[in-house]
Design a protein around this ligand. Structure first.
Ligand SMILES: Cc1ncc(COP(=O)(O)O)c(C=O)c1O
Length: 494
């Protein structure tokens, strides 16, 4: 196939060139009905290609023309048997994978540090999670991946599992031993699903971790918008091998897609694939070199640490994505949230993620040399702390003796009900302090990274409450619960 072609983008251009007289959605009619202030800013071209599925522009739900061609090119580029374009992120990808692979009551092994959209998939499918403990790195205050040993033990203990679901890489760029895990899971005759939201670039550079499609995971997802150049919300769902029921997969994807997908987004997926297939290695080589250089300089700064290849071989760390620059700032006495805010307010720099110990800066094919320079220089300056102290004085929150124990990542609480049953059960709101011992009916996830501390069906323990208290004090946003300030928590009634 000719990877220099972008059939979907071309189909939109052809429609515009044809000068068709439009009597169809969207109502802004290629921009002419749009409020001028918005149109002037976003530009005429994006309005002109914001069209709707119709003959010539194909249909994402039932592709027979340009969408089919674009998806086939993507499948070939990724080494998959089939690829589906998604316009609601890997969030919908996780839901599609679960709804395809498992039925109500089926058991599926999942790591506890999965994104909250995995829980959405569990609620929708009615499957029963068997949680696998990822490897905890107390020093860096993060969970890594699950090991092949953990997967193997889980399969031995639960012979009735239908599937194994993995997150690789983590939000912090740590990758699992996918080749070995694939051997184990398929050896046991089970399905392997991989949330590779953070690894859409892996397949296109030999120095990056093995991709899920190269490892022949049955289903895997990529957030093409996260590390590649597609518009926000764009993602791909890949399928490999003959274990998944294709009719089921196709009807699930259809169920999760809008009947009016944003077509510029679909075109941006097509173009992002072409960019990687034709020029990915060169673009990523530059990105990897830039990130490595930044990491080396950061590691010369006292009080800062940015992990790299030396982490490989630690439990749960098979490989590391060099384009994620994770900086552990604990040695400066600041929390990651404080450094993130400092970077934004004092240096106009916005990082992707902050947590209690770390900040994460993404280095992608779009990162400029000057931006990398500004980032490193800002960190050097923060570490010297030679500016008069202002609103950014350290809170010292992590050093207060009563907090020392609670910043440990909490253990998975006991699961008392299936996520679906708890989510759909009659519920009531109780105050945060009175919630101890109750069964949580919602997902509570500090965001970012969006990894649930509590899932529907789990018992609310003291350890969890202490941890959440600390996160709230540190100013983190909580996603999922009805009351995002957590003055109350929704629990199963009775
Ligand atoms: C591991 C993981 N999976 C899935 C998602 C959801 O991806 P999206 O934002 O593309 O819906 C995220 C988002 O951060 C994530 O970190």
């Amino acid at each position: 196939m000719d990877q220099t072609k972008t059939p979907y983008f071309q189909a939109l251009l052809d429609y515009v060139d044809a000068g068709v007289i439009p009597f169809h959605t969207p109502g802004h009619v290629q921009g002419s009905g749009m409020d001028p202030s918005f149109r002037e800013f976003v530009g005429d071209n994006i309005c002109a290609i914001d069209l709707t599925p119709m003959p010539g522009l194909d249909d994402l739900l039932q592709p027979t023309e340009a969408v089919r061609d674009a998806q086939e090119l993507a499948a070939q580029a990724y080494g998959a048997d089939r690829t589906f374009f998604l316009v609601n992120g890997s969030t919908s990808g996780n839901q599609c994978m679960m709804m395809t692979a498992v039925n109500p009551g089926d058991k599926i092994a999942v790591p506890r540090n999965s994104h909250k959209s995995m829980l959405g998939g569990l609620v929708m499918s009615g499957a029963q999670p068997v949680y696998m403990q990822p490897e905890v790195d107390e020093g860096l205050h993060m969970d890594h991946c699950v090991t092949p040993q953990t997967v193997s033990r889980t399969l031995d203990e639960h012979r009735d599992l239908a599937a194994v679901y993995l997150v690789s890489p983590t939000y912090y760029g740590v990758a699992a031993d996918l080749a070995e895990i694939e051997r184990i899971v398929h050896g046991a005759g089970k399905l392997l699903l991989v949330d590779e939201a953070w690894g859409p670039h892996f397949h296109f550079h030999p120095e990056l971790p093995l991709s899920a499609t190269a490892a022949k995971a049955d289903l895997s997802i990529n957030s093409t918008h996260k590390m590649l150049s597609a518009f926000s919300q764009c993602a791909m769902l890949h399928q490999c091998g003959g274990r998944v029921r294709i009719d089921r997969l196709k009807s699930v994807v259809k169920m999760f897609l809008s009947t009016s997908p944003n077509l510029p987004m679909v075109a941006s997926l097509d173009v992002a694939r072409k960019q990687m297939a034709t020029d990915g290695e060169r673009l990523l080589s530059r990105t990897i070199a830039l990130a490595r250089e930044a990491r080396e300089r950061i590691n010369r700064v006292e009080g800062l640490y940015s992990f790299g290849d030396e982490l490989k071989g630690r439990p749960g760390v098979f490989d590391v994505d060099p384009t994620k620059v994770v900086v552990t700032v604990r040695g400066l006495g600041y929390t990651g949230y404080e450094v993130s805010e400092l970077l934004r307010r004092r240096y106009n720099i916005q990082v992707e993620l902050a947590d209690l110990f770390n900040i994460v800066a993404l280095f992608t094919i779009g990162t400029r040399d000057e931006a990398a320079e500004r980032f490193v220089t800002a960190l050097e300056e923060i570490s010297r702390d030679d500016r008069p102290l202002d609103m950014f004085a350290r809170s010292g929150i992590l050093d207060q003796p009563r907090n020392r124990r609670s910043y440990r990542l909490p253990k998975t609480p006991p699961m008392r009900m299936l996520p679906r049953d708890a989510f759909l059960a009659p519920t009531e709101s109780v105050t945060f302090r009175k919630s101890k011992g109750r069964i949580c009916a919602e997902t509570i996830a500090p965001y970012p990274p969006g990894i649930p501390v509590l899932a529907p069906g789990e018992e609310i323990t003291d350890e969890i409450l202490n941890y959440l208290r600390l996160e709230l004090k540190a100013g983190v946003r909580i996603q999922g619960p009805y009351d995002s300030e957590l003055r109350t928590i929704r629990v199963v009634k009775g």
